[in-house]
Design a binder for this molecule. Sequence first.
Ligand code: IMP
Ligand code: MG
Length: 185
Amino acid sequence: MSKFNPDEILGEILIDEATLSARVQELGKQISADYADKNLHLVCILRGGVVFLTDLMRAIKTEHTIDFMAVSSYGKGARSSSGQVRLTMDLKEDISGRDVILVEDIIDSGHTLANVLEILQTRDPASLKVCTLLDKAERREVEIDLAYVGFEIPDKFVVGYGLDVDEYMRNLPYIGVVKDGAFID
Ligand code: IMP
Ligand code: MG
């Protein structure tokens, strides 16, 4: 018996595959237009952002490069972050003079992103913006300017399309809502 059976632990599909795909195409178009003459560099935060990044970059028609970084939050809780983050894997390339878009899966409290932006800003990018697939706006604890948002979603724990529960279910092609009480952590 599988612990991560979608039929058992998901209450509903919040965003289906076709809706995700259509929105990613729109974001790609918008970014292509906004960055037509820029030195675009997409920075993906591992691991949650990776599925979104790989679709988004193919929807961006202007030339660009990509890089990856990984962070972990201090403090407990897979479902929320408490404040400071630690860089567990840094970027391969220098971002100075580049027009960076940080590609994220979801912004919840905003602490992770605020910390990452602070770190990247010290490296003198020409510009630094954020593109997030999902925005749980009602959970925000720090104010952050989000240039591109795929979907604003309610305060529910979601998985799929890169987002995990205990590192599983990232492969689901849609965004599903985990039932209340499906996991007690
Ligand atoms: P923040 O620092 O509170 O904004 O937390 C952001 C991080 O928490 C995301 O990058 C995710 O890794 C994780 N997270 C927040 N909400 C969810 C969710 O609903 N599903 C899966 N991961 C989530
Ligand atoms: Mg993340």
